[in-house]
Design a protein around this ligand. Structure first.
Ligand SMILES: [Zn+2]
Ligand SMILES: [Zn+2]
Length: 451
């Protein structure tokens, strides 16, 4: 009986830790932290450094939050707490402080438990046993106490891919997606964005198959230098994702890995561009600036990209083709046209049906305050200007051929009322010359310079 009591005393700390499992449990007061994306996180400051704070939540769960993702007022509180923490510890906390060496262990309750246990020993163990066993038991108890505390604090932090903690998309992952197209694009990056420079002309042919044509033709675009495409490296979930049915009618929503922007599936009149014949065989056409872009998913890129992403949405999440990244059949898509992958990171899928690429922008994006919904375009993104006045729809025209004549000239052929028309055009630097030949062979020339 006494031996049993001794064993109970010895394992007592483990029981306690098993039930407590952290410094806080239901009913304890937790600070509420406000994130810039509108989310609220409950947890008390445990430790932190210049980049992030580590919160302890209920039952010992540790959550890491980058300071920049907090709202301004909470950033201030976080910095105050870090300053206080550092002055107490007189050292700078390394960025990835091992959780097992986490400070703020509440020694007081454990010392009380140790004290009670020792008292228990003294009352239960016969004197002769105590003479040899007492130091051993006390040491064992002390070790068990240390072990219990360490166990408690090694509870793993929330998944590194948790949406609350923006994880950085690796540059090597982005490179692997864009590298196959380096003939026509170039890339670079900083801490915030992966940048893609392109002239807006894909390697594949264009324009053939369009039956609803606005008379625009593809010309090179200035998507480089400071006017590059920007893919956020740390995508963050949007609390209320904006639907592409009622948002982003202006500008791009994604960038294909060949450097061609992907616009909303709906045109600026709210019609499905693909369904009404505005798009070519590759899912693209030209805008008012003679800028080639897709409105449908460029699934043909799978031929080059394989299982790698075929695009990245401008919120930073990847867009895959019709298979999962491991080659398995595509899993069910959510209302935003994607889902979390096996790595717990969200991705979209390109499909042959509406909404083709992005149903709602799952990640947080900034929009141009000057353009309210539905024409709220995402910022930052590359821009272009028209080189010639916008043209109107040419009813009944069908583009039948598009030929590359040289590195700086194209020949577009279309039929209208059973007659063949052509637009032959070329450029030198920023000056574009168009030669129009109508169904009766009549010719006219126009020249424009991009400002
Ligand atoms: Zn368009
Ligand atoms: Zn998937």
């Amino acid at each position: 009986m006494k031996k049993l009591a001794l064993i109970l005393c010895l394992i007592f700390p483990f029981w306690v830790q098993a039930h407590v499992g952290g410094h806080y449990s239901q009913g304890d007061l937790m600070k509420i932290w406000h994130l810039q994306n509108g989310q609220h996180i409950e947890g008390n400051f445990a430790y932190g450094n210049a980049e992030s704070i580590h919160l302890e939540q209920l039952h010992g769960k540790i959550l890491t939050i980058p300071i920049h993702s907090l709202q301004k007022a909470d950033q201030k509180i976080a910095r105050m707490k870090i300053a206080k923490y550092e002055s107490l510890h007189e050292f700078n906390v390394p960025f990835q402080l091992p959780i097992s060496s986490k400070p703020n262990i509440p020694w007081l309750p454990w010392i009380s438990i140790l004290f009670i246990s020792i008292l228990g020993l003294h009352s239960l163990v016969p004197k002769k046993h105590l003479t040899w066993s007492s130091p051993i038991f006390m040491t064992a108890l002390f070790i068990s106490l240390i072990w219990a505390c360490k166990t408690e604090t090694t509870i793993s932090p929330s998944s590194p891919t948790s949406p609350i903690v923006p994880t950085k998309t690796s540059i090597s992952f982005l490179d692997s997606a864009f590298n196959p197209y380096k003939k026509t694009i170039s890339t670079n990056y900083d801490d915030t964005y992966y940048y893609v420079n392109s002239n807006g002309i894909p390697e594949h042919n264009m324009m053939v198959g369009i039956t609803s044509w606005q008379q625009q033709v593809p010309i090179p675009q200035p998507y480089s230098g400071n006017n590059h495409w920007s893919i956020p490296l740390k995508p963050v979930y949007e609390a209320t994702p904006l639907s592409t049915k009622t948002n982003f009618m202006k500008g791009a929503v994604a960038l294909a890995v060949n450097g061609i922007p992907i616009f909303n599936a709906l045109n600026n009149r709210g019609e499905d561009s693909f369904v009404i014949g505005e798009l070519d065989q590759w899912g693209g056409h030209c805008g008012r600036a003679d800028d080639y872009h897709y409105h449908a998913a460029p699934l043909h890129l799978v031929a080059t990209s394989g299982l790698k992403p075929i695009a990245f949405a401008l919120d930073g999440f990847a867009v895959y083709g019709s298979k999962e990244p491991d080659g398995s059949t595509m899993k069910a898509l959510d209302a935003y046209h994607g889902h979390e992958g096996s790595n717990s990171v969200y991705h979209y899928h390109g499909t042959a049906d509406y909404p083709y690429v992005v149903g709602s922008m799952r990640g947080k994006v900034s929009t141009d305050p000057a353009t309210p919904a539905p024409e709220n375009q995402i910022l930052p993104q590359a821009f272009t200007n028209s080189v010639r006045p916008a043209l109107s729809a040419l009813k009944g025209a069908t583009i039948t051929n598009f030929e590359t004549l040289s590195a700086t000239s194209y020949l577009l052929t279309y039929t209208l009322s059973a007659k063949k028309y052509t637009v032959k055009y070329s450029w030198v630097n920023n000056t574009f010359t168009f030669l129009f030949t109508d169904g009766d062979g009549k010719q006219s020339t126009e020249t424009y310079t991009r400002k």
